[in-house]
Design a protein around this ligand. Sequence first.
Ligand SMILES: [Zn+2]
Length: 428
Amino acid sequence: VRILEAELAWFRGKLERGVQVEILEDGTIGRVGRGLSSTPERRPREALFPGFVNAHSHAFQRVLRGKAERYGEATTSTFWSWREEMYRAVADLDVEKVHELSFLAFREMLRSGITTVGEFHYVHHLAGSFGFEMDQAVVEAAREAGIRLVLLNVCYMTGDVARPLEGPQLRFQTRSIEEFFRASDELLARLDPLTQSLGLVAHSLRAVPIEAVVEIHRRARREGRVFHMHVEEQKKEIEQCLAHYARTPLALLLDRLDLGPETTAVHCTHSSEEDLKKLLATGANVCLCPLTEANLADGIPPVSLAGASHQLSLGTDSNLRIDFTEEMRLLEYAQRLREERRGIFTAEDGSVSARLLGIATEGGARSLGVKGGRIETGHAADFLTLDLDAPCLTGLEGVADDEIATAFLLGAGDRAVAHVAVGGAWID
Ligand SMILES: [Zn+2]
């Protein structure tokens, strides 16, 4: 048992002085309060926050940095042409490369203050194989990097709605729902129960027929696991779904699945206000990936989501840039630009830091089904510390303690993150 005291700590939605945090042997938080110890482990000139929770990542897509950004003749100008580029990258992947890319992405996340990642993992096989060789590489990379992992194991059966898989898409394939459950069970047996867990995932309605989606979701609920799915990122997905099912993806899911807090719909960029309201009323979550959605020119998600921010989470998705404060800023600023008004994700006291931080921590933990995202008894001792002497925070005379969090989120990049801890252990 150790007692930790930083100069400031994010406690009950604001930064406070003198708060001590007890860290138990099992890597969770014990007591939190003042005067627990006269000789705590001190972190002077640092502010302690819960670590960020990244609810949606495809680690291997980091390989596309700089590659899928040439426009004109060799065009990469839409999501769909970007997807072709991504498929070309997939064709070159082997186990070592997946391991390396995952490790690099996870280390970069830790440096950005992210202590938990939900890895939405769909590149399962070597070329010409159905052996799920890549799965273990992702799990090992997370363990070596030291990040907490929720492996969102993805079922992928069709190339687009009701179309067979072709080319590099075969690397993603689960040939039957039985095979998907068997592979998921095998993966589960190899996870470290202290820092790793499993979610059951249908990639999207483009990639999984609705009957199989129903089965995966039902099993996730029965086993107490989270269920994630890409939903309505692109208008074409909605059109394909309307043509085949005569329903939009979200309307179909609302109709066929008994949705609840175990479910996270990723993106919802083109969802109707009416469907979104119904989705949120079930207790389900929405994960937004502002940097990737901007890079892929997906669109801006509906501002009505701001009203349900405790059901929102953030993801680094394509990992073309890994900076969680930037995800928070873009979430807020895209809506400001559209609405021509300031202050979208505002709390009762009018500040934006509490809700943006809540989305980046508690919201992610809720979406991934982990007990974390808060400095509170019983939660994982996963932290980031902010360097109070970081260049971007110096010279701010007159800034109150509770404004430092806002200065961090709006004025700093991930370089202001000094240290991270997972399960109470500081990571180099
Ligand atoms: Zn995604």
